[in-house]
Design a binder for this molecule. Structure first.
Ligand code: GAR
Length: 203
């Protein structure tokens, strides 16, 4: 499925975990889609997403952050080197759980997307679903945004909402949001790869 001939934008996807968003992105990039996957890269050597990528026939790479201890610059240099080898036009962070510094984000500025499980600008960072429940919010959701040096703070290019129901736990809400993530991220990527950065609202 990794057809990266010259007519398509090349997409690298960064994962730290199971990679369910990565799978929906990869599967979306067929037919008349303007992009194709060129690499799935993880900072976690045994991430489930790497196995799924290999099964889908996508080249994979690992840059283990534990090899760099307190050397964030070294980690990002290795990340950049692996990415440059794959020559991506677009980078999609899909459950990539490392904070990236301005050195990295400025290099890929305008070419890097992230999916975050909240209705940004609410709940940047971690534990988004529990924070939405604790706040008594009526709705949760997910956002796709351009990556800048501000954590979860770049321009929002897509958003989808779900209701928060009585009795919801962080897990039940996360599962409901994940269904929307799998619809939202491929839809945003297709538009982004066609140079459409206008806000997409799915629900
Ligand atoms: C997704 O819910 C994604 O939004 C979230 O991690 C999960 C990854 O699942 N990302 C973040 O929290 C980033 N701060 P996946 O590996 O199955 O795609």
């Amino acid at each position: 499925m990794s057809d990266t001939g010259g007519t398509h934008k090349r997409v690298a996807i960064l994962v730290s975990g199971g990679g369910s968003n990565m799978v929906t992105l990869v599967k979306s990039m067929t037919g008349d889609h303007p992009a194709r996957p060129c690499l799935v890269l993880s900072n976690v050597p045994d991430a489930g997403g790497l196995t799924k990528a290999r099964d889908l026939g996508i080249p994979t790479a690992v840059v283990d952050h534990r090899d760099f201890k307190d050397d964030r610059a070294g980690f990002e240099a290795a990340l950049n080197a692996a990415l440059e080898r794959a020559r991506p036009d677009i980078i999609c962070l899909a459950g990539f759980m490392r904070i990236l510094t301005e050195t990295f984000t400025s290099k890929w500025s305008g070419r890097c997307l992230n999916i975050h499980p909240s209705l940004l600008p609410k709940y940047k960072g971690l534990h988004t679903h529990q924070r939405a429940i604790d706040a008594g919010d009526a709705e949760g959701g997910c956002s796709v945004h351009e990556v800048t040096a501000e954590l979860d703070g770049g321009p929002i290019v897509g958003q989808a909402r779900v209701p928060i129901l009585p009795g919801d736990t962080a897990d039940t809400l996360a599962a409901r949001v994940l269904v929307q993530e799998h619809l939202l991220y491929p839809a945003v990527l297709r538009r982004f790869a066609s140079d459409d950065r206008s806000l997409l609202r799915l629900s």
